[in-house]
Design a protein around this ligand. Structure first.
Ligand code: PRP
Length: 195
């Protein structure tokens, strides 16, 4: 059984909002190191531009770039769908764009999770239209059961079931992003939403 430890590294303390830990700190660390090694091998002799999609990917990107041994630059984009109803229409707005052009650059888009695939589908097309040398996709989590648009993922951390997960960048109401593991959120946290 997995316990939901609090943020203190001391005695295990069950966090009241945690149903169970899905992916531990150790498992995340090993996976990030593995993806970092693969990227370093694949891009030997090249420089790579990692693009983190705010806010969720920030923590994964911060750990990942430190596992990469080829020259790396990183930048961020922020996007927003037009709310839940239009999310299914695939409309995505760019709230913050890249600082510089990406023409001729080797790009890796970094996400915390691919869910419906609508965000990455839009972003991949948008970035490809800017004439980069290459575009690859890297995500820590993949929830294929929720997919609406297909996404070709080049670096895939963990395939997960359709459960409400938070931690390591993922949030509920902007909370839990700082938890060092991925946990299934207890339904009691969101059950009475809207009441
Ligand atoms: C999440 C995640 C992806 C997107 C994936 O972001 O970080 O960007 O949703 O969902 P999709 O595959 O269904 O398009 P969210 O909108 O929750 O914003 P956040 O990163 O700021 O938490």
């Amino acid at each position: 059984m997995s316990f939901c430890a609090g943020l203190s590294k001391g005695a295990l303390r069950v966090h009241p909002d945690c149903e169970r830990i899905l992916i531990s700190e150790e498992e995340i660390r090993a996976k990030v190191a593995d993806i970092g090694r693969r990227i370093s091998n694949d891009y030997a002799g090249k420089e790579v531009l990692m693009i983190g999609i705010l806010k969720g990917a920030m923590i994964f990107l911060a750990d990942l770039v430190r596992e990469i041994t080829v020259p790396v630059q990183y930048d961020f984009m922020a996007v927003s769908s037009y709310g839940a109803s239009s999310k299914s229409s695939g409309e995505v707005r760019i709230l913050k764009d890249l600082e510089y052009g990406v023409e001729g650059r080797h790009i890796i888009v970094v996400e915390d999770i691919v869910d419906t695939g609508l965000t990455l589908n839009y972003l991949a097309e948008n970035l490809k239209s800017r004439d980069p040398a290459s575009v690859k996709i890297c995500t820590l989590l993949d929830k294929p059961s929720r997919r609406i648009e297909p996404v070709e993922i080049d670096y895939n951390g963990f395939v997960i079931p359709d459960e409400f997960v938070v931690g390591y960048g993922l949030d509920y109401s902007d909370r839990y992003r700082n938890f060092p593991y991925i946990m299934v959120l207890s339904p009691k946290v969101y059950m009475n939403e809207g009441e």
